[in-house]
Each structure stands twice: as C-alpha cells, then as structure tokens.
Design a protein around this ligand. Structure first.
Ligand SMILES: *[C@@H]1O[C@H](CO)[C@@H](O)[C@H](O)[C@H]1NC(C)=O
Ligand SMILES: *[C@@H]1O[C@H](CO)[C@@H](O)[C@H](O)[C@H]1NC(C)=O
Ligand SMILES: *[C@@H]1O[C@H](CO)[C@@H](O)[C@H](O)[C@H]1NC(C)=O
Ligand SMILES: *[C@@H]1O[C@H](CO)[C@@H](O)[C@H](O)[C@H]1NC(C)=O
Length: 473
C-alpha cells in the first residue's frame, strides 16, 4: 500500500482535474456522490456532433440520461443489475457456438458524435444519436453484437420510445435487402440465426436473440446513415417490427462488433475499421464521444495510449477479446495463476466487470485489507463487497489498475470503483463481481471504462487505453 496520498481541492473536481497518485485517491465523498447521482431532472437536449481534422465525433450519453422515469431508483437499478447478469450468462452460453469470419479494412476518415449515459432511458448502457434515412435515431451502443436495428413501422410489437418509429415508406433512400444477397447470408455469423426469405424474395427476415429474453425481429433494409459529418451509403440494418426486452426507451441498437454486418465492418471503407469511445459517468450534463476513424489527435487523453493485441477467439468473432495479465489494488499486485490464461472480453453493454472467481477473491481480499478502516455491510444484487460510508466526509480509495499483454494499462477511474446503491452513501459497493465458474470468460464492463479513451482498431487487431476526462466540445 502506498504511503503517498494526494489531497485535492474540491473546486478542481468540477473541471475534471482529479488529483491522484499512482496508488490511491483521496476524494471528498460528497464529490463522488455527485459524480454518480444527479438530483436534477435532466432534460434531453438533442445530441451534438462535430468534425475535427476530418474525424467525426458523436456525443455519447449514458442511456438513462434522457426521458428519466419516476419510480423507485433502487428498484430500477437492481433490475438493471439483474439484467446485466443475464447478459453475462448469455455471453457465456454464446461463446460455445458461433463461427468466425474475416474483416478487411481500407481507408481513413475520422468523425465524432456525442455519447451519453442512458440512465434516464432506463438502462445502464450508453446511447448515441445517428441519422438514418434522414431521421435522428437514439440507439444503444453495443460492442458485443453486430446488427444495427431500429424499431420500424408498421410495427407488430414495439416497446415505447419517445422518438417516432423509423418509417421506411417515407425515406426515399430506403431499399429492402433481397434474401439471396450476401448481407442476408451474413446474418448467420452476425446473429447466430440465418436470414430467411420473407413474404417474397425481395425481403430478408432476421432474428436477433440476446439470450435474456430480449429480441428483435424484422427485415433487413439499407439506407443512408449519417454519423456526425460523415456518412455511410447503403448501410444494412434491421427494420425491427417485433421487439421486446431490455432496451429501455432507445429507438434501437448500434452494433459495433467485428463481423461483416457490424457498423464497423460496413463502414471500414470510410473509417478504416477503427473506432473509440470515452464513456462519461451518469452525471446528467456529461457527454463523452464516440469517434469513428483512426485520427488520435481528436482525443483529449491525458496519458499516452497504450495498446494490447486482441486475442483471436474463433468461437466468438464478434466480441473483442484481450489478454488480461494482471491487476493492482492500491499499487499492490494481485497474485493469481489465472491471469493470462484465457481471453477477457471488453464490452460496452455489460455494466459491471466480471472476474473469474479466483481473481475476484484475490482482488476483493486486497481491497478489503486496504479499505479496512470503513465499515462493511451486506451485499447488493451481484455486488458482495459493500460499505457504509455515510459517516465520512472523505474516503481514501485504492486505485485499481488492469494490465494487458504487451504492457497496456487501464486505470479504473474513481467514478468506476464504487457503485452507490444509496445516494446517501449508506450502501456503497465495490463495482466488481465474480463469475460463477473459473472457466467462464471474464468481462470488462462499461462501469470500469468510464473516463477512459478505449480505441478499437480492427485492422491492426489492437485495443488501446488512455485516461481521458470525457467531454464533448
Ligand atoms: C437531428 O440532430 C441534429 C444534431 O445531432 C440536429 O441538429 C437536428 O436538428 C436534428 N434533426 C431533427 C429532425 O430532429
Ligand atoms: C448453442 O448450441 C447448443 C447446441 O447446439 C444450443 O442448444 C444452444 O441453444 C446454443 N446457444 C446459443 C446461445 O446459441
Ligand atoms: C437474387 O435474385 C434475383 C431474382 O429474384 C436475381 O436477379 C439476382 O441476380 C440474385 N442475386 C444474387 C446475388 O444471386
Ligand atoms: C497472455 O499473455 C501471457 C504473457 O505474455 C502469455 O504467457 C499467455 O499465453 C497469453 N495468453 C493468451 C490467452 O493469449
């Protein structure tokens, strides 16, 4: 444990300049609460996008940001965490099945759009707004699946969404996708379900089942997709006419996986198969950016980018696998023989990071040792390492770092260490959870990726990390 603690001036926090040493954060608790809970009702302003040095950036907000519903916060959060566990189970079961495919990348444009917390849209996933066939569509960002889809008119079974449904009949650039097309044939590897001829050979029916009971069903279509200042012609997506599940109030989902049908593969001629994001915390006013393209000069990273190679996983090509070789808690290396043994996946759609049981036990033990000054209390949902911090003005939080093959390093931002079950800090939990079995695949969830620039280079098969205080503009 480090003897070195850094004090910070409260005011500095508002400009995002967290004072921190290598091993521990010294943080006024009230500030941490502020990072995680915003007590003002957020308003849903339209998302921003801008172009810089030929790169397009989309503003990214947490999915709950817009359209916040009333109701018991704690209940809703618990539901989301349970949903998170179901996603993890589904990923684990999927891992045994799917086949592989190759992607090739071509050239260089960069564009960015805002990315936002989806909390007010009743999910712990992140959302962006893209323009499809001339309509703004707010969708969940998912690196763990490939097909992009939106709820579509006429709809057989659609959940509520505040934006109008996509209407193919009023988009002059919309085209349906024939069932003998290569796009229709790609469905099998992208979704695990093959495309079927619809009522006639001019349509291709799809089904994506997310394994937790969530699904979308409909036909493939193509239309003009605009991401910030760049566009992708004839973008193939799902026109969902029967959609159910844990999508909150989003109009659909953006698939950023690796197979041929994903947005990244389809746009590789424009963006070269590279994208990155900086995920903001759930604080209402904060946006991050989703950047398409490889121009790193648009980032606002405060540390150099360190890269690690993706680990090929022939069983599940859509996911991004990494070789996690170690972790430190407060500068102390956690000892466990399962580091580096099998791939970990990095996912924008899983909330809480899942560690194999032996690694989790070791991390938890080291964290408890260093955090022993604070009273432990009962667990919450999938989180079993919880504290009552309501009596403290300040807490010393051990820094958690994750290391990958090749020396790449991801420092978990202070906003990603604790999950505040109660906003008065009377139940605050370490935001990490254990997998059930040692041979399951570890997952780095979005909560721990906050305020980090995560770069996915599918051409070089690398993932990069750098610290960045997420902002847009
Ligand atoms: C779509 O969003 C952009 C900003 O992303 C905004 O400028 C534009 O007015 C919106 N269009 C519609 C029809 O809402
Ligand atoms: C995986 O394959 C098994 C056996 O073929 C099947 O029972 C199971 O439903 C499949 N799981 C998924 C998620 O596709
Ligand atoms: C698909 O079928 C149509 C006739 O329905 C035919 O004109 C077209 O060439 C076929 N395309 C492919 C890729 O086989
Ligand atoms: C991960 O990296 C370590 C150290 O380089 C290596 O020994 C191990 O075989 C790698 N594991 C995988 C799954 O690639």
């Amino acid at each position: 444990m480090s003897l070195c603690q850094y004090s910070i001036v409260f005011a500095l926090l508002f400009v995002g300049a967290f004072g921190h040493g290598d091993e521990e954060l010294f943080l006024p608790l009230k500030t941490l609460q502020k990072i995680q809970h915003n007590h003002n009702e957020p308003t849903c302003s339209s998302q921003k996008s801008r172009s810089e040095n030929g790169a397009v950036m989309l503003e990214m907000k947490h999915k709950d940001y817009c359209f916040r519903s009333r109701g018991d916060l704690s209940k809703r959060l618990q539901k989301r965490l349970l949903a998170d566990d179901i996603r993890v189970l589904s990923i684990q079961s999927h891992i045994k099945n799917v086949s592989s495919k190759k992607v090739e990348a071509l050239s260089q444009t960069t564009t960015q759009i805002p990315i936002n917390s989806g909390v007010s849209m009743q999910t712990l996933n992140y959302i962006v707004t893209a323009t499809l066939g001339g309509r703004n569509m707010t969708v969940i960002v998912d690196t763990g699946s490939d097909l992009t889809w939106v709820q579509c008119q006429p709809c057989r079974l659609c959940y509520n969404q505040p934006e109008p449904l996509f209407n193919p009949s009023i988009s002059p650039s919309f085209q349906s996708v024939a069932c003998n097309s290569s796009a229709c044939q790609s469905l099998e590897s992208a979704t695990g379900n093959s495309g079927l001829c619809g009522t006639n050979s001019q349509t291709c029916s799809y089904l994506v089942s997310y394994g937790d009971g969530s699904y979308t069903k409909g036909e493939l279509g193509q239309d003009h997709l605009v991401l910030g200042s760049s566009s992708v012609d004839n973008f193939v997506f799902g026109c969902g006419r029967n959609n159910r599940g844990l999508f909150g109030l989003a109009s659909g989902l953006m698939g950023l996986g690796r197979s041929d049908l994903s947005l990244i593969s389809q746009s590789s001629g424009v963006f070269g198969g590279v994208f990155s994001y900086c995920l903001p915390s759930t604080e209402a006013e904060s946006s991050g950016s989703l950047v398409f393209g490889g121009d790193t000069s648009v980032f606002k990273n405060s540390t150099p980018i360190s890269y690690t190679n993706m680990v090929p996983n022939p069983q599940l090509f859509s996911f991004y696998f990494l070789n996690l070789t170690g972790m430190t808690v407060g500068g102390v290396a956690v000892q466990d023989s399962s580091f580096g043994r099998s791939g970990f996946l990095i996912d924008s759609g899983t909330v809480i990071t899942r560690l194999p049981p032996s690694i989790y036990k070791a991390v938890k033990a080291e964290f408890l040792k260093q955090f022993s000054a604070y009273p432990s209390i009962s667990g919450y949902s999938i989180l079993d390492t919880c504290f009552d911090l309501s009596a403290y003005e300040e807490v010393n939080i051990p820094t958690i770092k994750i290391y990958f093959e090749g020396g790449a390093e991801m420092e978990v931002d202070v906003a990603g260490v604790f999950y505040f079950v109660k906003s008065d800090a009377s139940q605050v939990c370490l935001a990490l959870a254990s997998l059930q079995y040692e041979d399951e695949i570890g997952i780095i969830g979005n909560f721990q990726q906050r305020n980090t620039r995560v770069i996915y280079d599918t051409k070089q098969s690398q993932v990069g990390f750098a610290k960045e205080t997420c902002s847009f503009m």
